[in-house]
Design a binder for this molecule. Structure first.
Ligand code: ZN
Length: 402
């Protein structure tokens, strides 16, 4: 019985893959492969840490591995190392960050024919010329809840080139998050401003996804370099604290930054967000079930979170999902607010997105290029969205390193 279900699913998967490839024209494939595709948010290493898999192998399930990233035409990615809230009560955030960076360095080295780590301004171009995917290590969640500058510098020495300021959906001691009731810093406190200035000095990308509006505002005032929101949506389309209001998007763009758009319906599609919230009994960013007072060992936390990886979207009814063309309509709405130089892709694959109809994993990214062509986008704008804009900001920020 189980086997026949699996077989039917495999058939369905194969049928979907054929249907999808039929939906991507030769022209779309060419435009996509000629573009520099820079995905601003891809979850990696959490799954690998817990299930021992190798990112260089074509993995069963999930949405990301290097063979599929290659199929999806990816040239660079913010290689997001995620520290879930469960690690914070026991103060394991820095240890977990160190474990993830170590694993990332090991897996990148073991797959050095396919991927290389980007550390300097010119590295993305150099790695691209070698025909490999460039990985910019990005920390999602607190590197240290106290924001110790020595810890930040140590992680930078280990290869970290981008980090979120708040501790994912929790506030830490220096930056408030979008999505927790506790606010400690009034946005960004004086120490938070020191973190921002140190990241500027190191030439690190400052990622304000998951930050509170007050935090975003104050980061933009403090930073000497453009700032990125790697995986986001617009509050004008879905009024949730995790999304950004138009006024802040304009300020982010005025500073030269980019906003990366999350591939998940839950960010942009209100009907699907409501369905998901009703089914889960809570919105997707709600981590209030993680008890602050519960002291656990890191091994127990590992055992608790391991089954949640790779994080996948929901099985929402198909008719609730956006088509890829409707998803591109979201980007068009953003372009009316900030212009085409400030939008980017930040899929969040393996971070729990429910992608547009007919899309399943990172290999399906060419379908977005087809959707952009279907909506009449000029090729120059397609190239900016797929990676040109984020590449510009990466170069600018890295050039500021002192
Ligand atoms: Zn995130």
């Amino acid at each position: 019985m189980k086997e026949s279900i699996l077989f039917r699913r495999a058939l369905l998967g194969a049928a979907c893959a054929i249907a999808l490839s039929a939906q991507v024209s030769e022209r779309a494939r060419k435009v996509h492969s000629d573009a520099f595709v820079f995905d601003g948010h891809v979850h990696v290493m959490n799954r690998q840490l817990h299930d021992g898999s190798d990112i260089g192998q074509r993995l069963k399930g999930g949405q990301v591995d290097l063979p599929r990233a290659k199929d999806g035409g990816v040239d660079a990615m913010l290689f997001s190392l995620y520290i879930p809230e469960e690690y914070y009560p026991g103060r394991f955030e820095t240890k977990h960050a160190l474990r993830l960076i170590d694993l990332a360095q090991k897996q990148i080295a073991a797959n050095s024919d396919k991927i290389a780590i980007a550390l300097t301004r010119g590295d993305l171009d150099r790695i691209h010329k070698q025909g490999k995917i460039a990985a910019v290590l990005d920390l999602e969640g607190g590197f240290d809840l106290d924001g110790d500058l020595g810890v930040l510098r140590s992680l930078h020495r280990l290869g970290l080139r981008s980090a979120q300021l708040p501790a994912h959906n929790w506030a830490n001691q220096f930056a408030d998050s979008c999505c927790s009731a506790q606010k400690h810093a009034g946005g960004l406190n004086e120490h938070g401003r020191a973190v921002v200035r140190e990241m500027n000095r190191l030439g690190m990308l400052i990622n304000i996804s998951h930050a509170a509006d007050t935090t975003v505002e104050q980061v933009l005032e403090t930073s000497s370099a453009p700032v990125v929101a790697t995986h986001h949506g617009m509050r004008a389309l879905n009024d949730i604290p995790r999304n950004m209001p138009d006024a802040l998007m304009k300020k982010l763009a005025a500073k030269g930054g980019v906003i990366g758009f999350h591939i998940g319906n839950e960010f942009h599609n209100r009907k699907m967000f409501d369905w998901r919230t009703k089914n889960a009994g809570k919105p997707f960013w709600d981590t209030s079930a993680v008890k602050k007072e519960e002291p656990l060992t890191i091994e127990l936390v590992d055992r608790r979170v391991a089954p949640t990886f790779p994080m996948m979207g929901t099985n929402a009814p198909e008719d609730l999902l956006f088509t890829p063309e409707e998803w591109i309509g979201v980007i068009e709405r953003a372009i009316t607010v900030v212009g085409e130089d400030h939008v980017a892709l930040g899929s969040d694959f393996d971070g729990g997105p429910t992608p547009p109809k007919g899309m399943h994993d990172i290999a399906d990214l060419p379908r977005l290029t087809q959707a952009m062509l279907n909506r009449g986008w000029p090729e120059a704008r397609i190239r900016k969205f797929l990676g040109g804009n984020l590449l510009r900001v990466y170069r600018q920020v890295a050039a500021g390193a002192k």
